[in-house]
Design a protein around this ligand. Structure first.
Ligand SMILES: C[S@@+](CC[C@H](N)C(=O)[O-])C[C@H]1O[C@@H](n2cnc3c(N)ncnc32)[C@H](O)[C@@H]1O
Length: 270
């Protein structure tokens, strides 16, 4: 029962699920347009020095844990000089980190919430960075376009994971890498693994990063609680606390008990 909220949102019919998440993210982008919030993920704490050192400019330090999740996902392969796509780019902070620090030739962020795309274009302006509206399940790109596709904490919103991975396969060049991280309830892990296996992509690496994410959530708890108390009307505070997984939320507790897991996969298009 503990992860009821998350399960409820991930087990709706594909059409309803897509519609509900789209409405939610459009609402979030409309309700809070300040440029200080650039990330919407749970972050990654470097517990076993998996990352090496991630040097950030002083202005990016407040977003260190969210950036570290991106660094962990994006550096699964060489990024410099590559054509990179992020699906579900949200408020654009991750795509801007990759474009600004990891030197891809081009970095494209796609999100189906138009308001997030507009916001991302306003906040992040770099010569190798572009944002456009698009659906993960029908990517608006030609076959064999990208060297790397990254996807961070977005795919639990999609109607069909199988259709999404099929699209990733299509837009990746041969030799290209798909690097993915997201949460799932423990009983959805088998279906997830099946979607990856059936896609034709070859698994290079997979990991359970739940502890890295939990530690990050604990460290982000106070600033996120403060942001909610300051800016969110009281009738919506509980929903937002669940959404950002504050310490006593059902999602946080689900991650602690193992009923929800946070996983990462790196897959190759041969
Ligand atoms: C939890 S946010 C994560 C955003 C970003 N990756 C980050 O880490 O800050 C999930 C994002 O996925 C986007 N999204 C959900 N369903 C999508 C779909 N079918 N196609 C493209 N983007 C989608 C949402 O609009 C939202 O911006």
């Amino acid at each position: 029962m503990i992860e009821k909220f998350f399960i409820y949102l991930t087990e709706l019919s594909p059409k309803l699920k897509r519609g509900l998440w789209r409405w939610w993210y459009q609402l979030l982008a409309k309700s809070y347009q300040k440029p200080d919030v650039q990330f919407m993920n749970y972050g990654f704490c470097d517990l076993n020095s998996e990352l090496g050192s991630v040097h950030l400019k002083a202005e990016d330090e407040p977003n260190r844990y969210c950036i570290q999740l991106y660094h962990y996902v994006a550096t699964a392969t060489e990024v410099k000089g590559k054509q990179v796509l992020e699906v579900g780019s949200g408020r654009g902070g991750g795509a801007a980190y990759i474009a600004g620090y990891l030197e891809p030739e081009s970095m494209t962020g796609v999100d189906f919430a138009e308001r997030h795309v507009q916001l991302s274009r306003q906040i992040h302006q770099l010569p190798n960075l572009a944002f456009q509206q698009g659906d993960a399940e029908a990517l608006p790109f030609a076959d064999n376009t990208f060297d790397l596709v990254v996807n961070v904490e977005s795919s639990h919103c999609y109607g069909s994971m199988t259709q999404f991975v099929k699209e990733v396969y299509r837009v990746l060049k041969p030799g290209g890498i798909f690097s993915w991280a997201d949460l799932r309830s423990s009983d959805q892990v088998e279906g997830l693994q099946q979607a990856f296996t059936e896609s034709g992509l070859q698994e290079v690496k997979s990991a359970d990063i739940t502890q890295n994410v939990l530690q990050s959530l604990a460290l982000l708890d106070e600033p996120r609680q403060n942001l909610i108390k300051t800016y969110v009307p009281s009738f919506m505070q509980h929903s937002l606390q669940e959404f950002v997984a504050v310490k006593d939320s059902q999602i946080y507790q689900g991650l602690q008990t193992g009923q929800i897991v946070y996983l990462s996969y790196v897959l190759l298009k041969t």
